[in-house]
Design a binder for this molecule. Structure first.
Ligand SMILES: *Cc1c(COP(=O)(O)O)cnc(C)c1O
Length: 382
């Protein structure tokens, strides 16, 4: 049995991979190419950095270890990983996906996947009967985010895995919001797990990266062929930044989660707050399912305020919390999903989902909770 997840965040699977120089910090192999010993024999296992590089291999092995995956592939962004994933499908393939998804993923579906002939159907994946009813003979995948962005809806991963298996389809889960520290979809039956490494894995709001983790090696090999062909792999330096960021994943996740819960509880009591969408609060409809399938609720949540004016006042009034998109880093960020992350989602869909002009999303970082509360209070009431 391998080490605990806290240890693997730092060492990966130590028995699998060690650096010859014995450097404590894994080196950045800043090279485009690798020398060959003789025709057909490259000596190191590496040829050319587009397809593979030791620093990237090291970060891939660490992420694979954290997700319990057979293999993981590192991409230049989360969107690069997601778009490579959709190269697995052919024209006419039917994909069922959560209706509440990261805005960039919706943009990919509408602007690229559909043009390539994929049939994407958005359904409420929090209801397994709805997912079952959507299955067709041509269904090749069920694509979910749990919790979802920005409404924090929870989908039953094991339930979706069973439906996918029955239908001969893949279950693909974007696990960015909880990170492998809190949730491992492969253990619940998922075939592919996706990450924006720009969020919790990197963790410092300084690197863009993405990962595709595959439950079996065949699937991983198919994706590796795609990634080396398209060339959207992660650079050695960015691979190193994510490796370094992941060393503190466990402690960051624990502290950020605790602070986020404190803020969510505090916000619930403020007169200018209408509703708080936080999966660690027992009144959240997904609380029980999330508690069963994960080990936490992360540090991102959304809330609605009493008016558009209050929303704008907060966005313009915060000084410690930054008005910016993204999440999962050391700095707390506040986002206006309507205009920042979800402008490409059709207006009536946004309305249906609850992405309105009074909805704010907060990603809680590592600042002290008292300072964050004071900042929100001054912005909203001052
Ligand atoms: C940020 C994000 C992405 C896209 O990742 P990038 O690294 O920004 O390309 C995908 N899914 C979710 C849930 C995200 O939060």
């Amino acid at each position: 049995m391998s080490h605990s997840i806290e240890t693997r965040c730092i060492h990966g699977d130590v028995h699998k991979f060690r650096e010859d120089s014995r450097a404590i910090s894994f080196p950045i192999y800043q090279t485009a190419s690798f020398s060959h010993i003789e025709p057909g024999h490259n000596g190191s296992g590496f040829d050319y950095t587009r397809e593979s590089n030791p620093t990237r291999s090291r970060v891939e092995e660490t992420v694979a270890s954290l997700e319990g995956a057979a293999d993981a592939i590192a991409f230049s962004s989360g969107m690069a990983a997601i778009s490579a994933c959709f190269e697995l499908f052919r024209p006419g393939d039917h994909i069922i996906c959560s209706e509440d998804l990261y805005g960039g993923t919706v943009r990919l579906f509408h602007n690229i996947s559909e043009k390539n002939g994929l049939v994407i159907q958005f359904v409420d994946t929090t209801d397994l009967d709805t997912v079952r009813a959507a299955l067709r003979p041509s269904t090749r995948a069920i694509y979910v985010e749990t919790p979802s962005n920005p409404m924090m809806n929870v989908t039953d991963l094991a339930g979706c895995a069973a439906l996918a298996k029955e239908a001969g389809a893949l279950l693909i889960a974007d696990n960015t919001f909880l990170s492998p520290y809190f949730q491992n979809p492969i253990a619940l039956g998922a075939d592919i797990v996706l990450h924006s490494g720009s969020k919790f894995l990197g963790g410092h709001n300084d690197t863009i990266s993405g990962f595709l983790c595959a439950a079996d090696q065949d699937l991983a090999d198919r994706v590796r062929l795609i990634s080396k062909t398209i060339g959207n792999t992660l650079s050695p330096f960015d691979s190193w930044l994510v490796l370094r960021g992941m060393k503190t994943l466990a402690v960051r996740m624990e502290r950020q989660q605790q602070t986020a819960l404190t803020l969510a509880r505090w916000l619930s009591e403020q007169s200018w707050v209408k509703k708080v969408y936080h999966i660690g609060l027992p009144d959240h409809p997904g609380y029980a399912i999330n508690a069963r399938q994960s080990r936490g609720w992360g540090s991102t949540f959304s809330f609605t305020v009493d008016s558009r004016e209050t929303a704008l006042k907060i966005l313009e009034g915060v000084s410690l919390i930054t008005f910016a998109e993204s999440l999962g880093g050391t700095e707390s960020l506040i986002t206006y999903p309507l205009v920042q992350t979800h402008p490409d989602v059709p207006a009536q869909v946004r309305e249906h989902l609850g992405i309105t002009d009074t909805l704010l999303r907060l990603s809680v970082g590592l600042e002290h909770e008292d300072d964050l509360i004071a900042d929100l209070k001054t912005a909203a009431e001052g």
